[in-house]
Write a protein that binds this ligand. Structure first.
Ligand code: CAO
Length: 549
């Protein structure tokens, strides 16, 4: 049987382009045009399609390799290859160079923008679909602007998608959007009107600059053409057919977008695990799988279906208002809170821990803490005591399996700390808390809180928690109901400590009491477990020497 080598095709002369994804493995049977690897330059990601179908027999590259045109990528036992030929020898037959580009555009300047006269200031300009390589009836998958928006030259107006490519169509001129002529789902071709803008000023008479594209077959890229004015073309955002489009906050290739659309998944809700947080097909699958499994098993993870929406209210009718966009973190937090609140049957239990002795001890080591540059608050003690309670009462150190039938018992003790940041609530996780001392924990809390406030936390800093502590001790309050951070099953809320009179059997004595609230998932934990956990926790906080036992 003939073994064929699929090599890097013409990629516009780009040299040393990084392999960021290998989409096949030895043994896979692939069809012609299936994506085999993804290459990425600073400007573009390119899925390289197979030029022939067949069985993958060897992978010739590794992730991170830098490749150029002609480099061998994979070897396939070609489909329908009957009799063995010399191609199976050490000198494999090169397969015809695959075209990484599915929508080639004429190797000339982009779509004509003919008018050479500079328009008057504030002219109305109709932005139209430029030359998109002759592709007809291309679907509008995103509209990135709305009427009233001020767009700068080069801002993305819409995203078009063929089977092979996503293309952002950038605004050729700056101005205010007066009307939008397309909607998501429309099928449009070159010359179709996209939007009318009031141009902020005159436009230059220069013809649009040809756009550099990595693939030779695409020496121009889509550029929105203004029917009235001609300004220099903004830089292309999509140049090759298999380009990864980064629209809004979503960084994903066309194949991933297509899969997400087929499954009805909002890509904005998924974190990408690829290089530079690029969304992969597996990210979409991993997002969908537990939802489907839960729905099929009847497990209560579904998501609040049937709950009536809060009606929209025009608040401006009642007084002055300002509408402020939520940060991405706030939106994610809102979604998580809703998901957890609706899916987890919560029980919250309150108690006060007597921290009189803990505070005496903390004050006695304050000078030492300052000397080593640490800020020792009650939190590291609570963290350490919680770890001890999780070990003593393992029913709290579990997650419900998404199969709806099992419980995952964790043998590690990683605890998340809720940190208030200017962008919203973040929960970095401190690992192996049971194995660390107070100084180490203090330093880690401070370092992670700083990282969170500077917006530098990595996704891995926030994963793997078994339990969460939400401390509002610095801001006050007697107690609150923390919401379980599923798939964890319990969370501890810490409020402000206060000196209160406590009856010791003979008299009232002043004691420093720390209000704690413990919320737990009643599917995983019953009241007796919670009683034991809480009693143990408050006892350890009251006398931290117990940590040594
Ligand atoms: N009772 C009384 N005083 C307390 C206390 C408590 N329970 N907890 C902390 N304090 C004191 C500290 O000792 C410190 O006092 P000094 O400055 O005199 O030493 C002061 O309050 C400030 O503490 P802090 O907030 O800087 O440090 P921390 O270790 O207690 O907490 C962190 C660190 C990162 C958890 C906290 O800064 C934070 O972001 N908390 C908000 C968490 C949150 O928003 N939770 C809600 C989630 S649900 O919406």
């Amino acid at each position: 049987m003939a073994i064929q080598t699929i090599k890097v095709p013409d990629i516009g002369g780009a040299e040393g382009v990084e392999v960021i994804e290998i989409s096949v493995k030895v043994g896979d049977v692939i069809a012609e045009n299936d994506s085999i690897v993804v290459l990425e330059t600073d400007k573009a990601s390119m899925e390289i399609p197979a030029s022939v179908g067949g069985k993958v027999v060897a992978i010739k590259v590794n992730l991170g390799d830098k490749v150029s045109e002609g480099a061998a990528l994979i070897e396939v036992e070609a489909e329908g290859a009957g009799v063995a030929t010399s191609a199976t020898s050490a000198e494999p037959t090169p397969a015809a160079a695959p075209a990484p580009v599915a929508a080639p555009v004429a190797a000339t300047a982009p779509a004509a923008v003919a008018n050479t006269a500079a328009p008057a200031a504030s002219a109305e300009i109709t932005l139209t679909v430029p030359d998109i390589g002759g592709a007809e009836g291309v679907e509008v998958i995103e509209i990135s602007v709305k009427v009233g928006d001020e767009v700068a030259q080069g801002d993305s107006l819409i995203v078009l998608e063929t089977d092979k490519a996503s293309m952002e169509i950038p605004a050729e001129s700056a101005g205010k959007i007066l009307s939008i002529a397309v909607k998501v789902g429309d099928k449009i071709s070159q010359g179709a009107a996209i939007a009318v803008i009031a141009s902020a000023g005159g436009a230059s008479a220069t013809a649009p600059a040809p756009v550099a594209a990595p693939a030779a077959a695409v020496e121009s890229a889509p550029v929105a053409a203004a029917s009235v004015a001609a300004t220099p073309a903004p830089a292309p955002k999509a140049a090759v057919a298999e380009e990864v489009a980064q629209t809004g906050d979503v960084y994903a290739g066309p194949a991933v977008r297509k899969l997400a659309r087929q499954l009805g998944v909002d890509l904005g809700k998924i974190s990408g695990s690829g290089p530079r947080s690029r969304l992969l097909k597996d990210d979409v699958r991993n997002y969908v799988k537990p939802i489907v499994v839960a729905a099929q098993s009847g497990a209560p993870m579904g998501g609040g279906s049937g709950i009536p929406r809060v009606p929209a209210v025009d608040f401006a009718k009642f007084g002055e208002i300002e509408t402020v966009k939520m940060s991405k973190i706030k939106k994610i937090t809102a979604d998580n809170m809703t998901r957890n609140w609706l899916n987890v049957p919560h029980v919250t239990q309150w108690d006060d821990a007597d921290i009189t002795d803990l505070e005496t001890f903390r004050n006695s080591v304050k000078a030492e803490a300052e000397k080593r540059g640490s800020k020792l608050t009650p939190l590291p003690f609570i963290l350490k005591a919680s770890a001890a309670a999780l070990v003593a009462e393992p029913s709290f150190n579990v997650s419900l399996h998404h199969d709806g039938e099992s419980i995952v018992q964790k043998k590690y003790v990683h605890i998340g700390i809720a940190v208030d940041t200017p962008n919203g609530l973040m929960v970095p996780v401190i690992r192996n808390v049971d194995k660390k001392g107070l100084w180490e924990l203090t330093d880690e809390i401070n370092a992670l809180a700083k990282k969170a406030r500077e917006g530098k936390l990595l996704p891995s800093d926030m994963q793997g928690g078994c339990f969460t502590i939400s401390s509002l001790g610095a801001s006050g309050g007697n107690g609150f109901t923390p919401i379980v951070n599923a798939p964890e099953v319990a969370i501890l809320g810490v409020s402000r400590a206060q000196i209160k009179p406590v009856w010791n059997g003979k008299e009232f004595v002043p004691r420093n009491l720390l209000p704690l609230s413990l919320s737990y998932d009643h599917r995983a934990i019953n009241g007796a477990d919670a009683g034991r956990f809480f009693t143990y926790l408050t006892a350890v906080i009251a006398d931290v020497r117990k940590l040594l036992l």
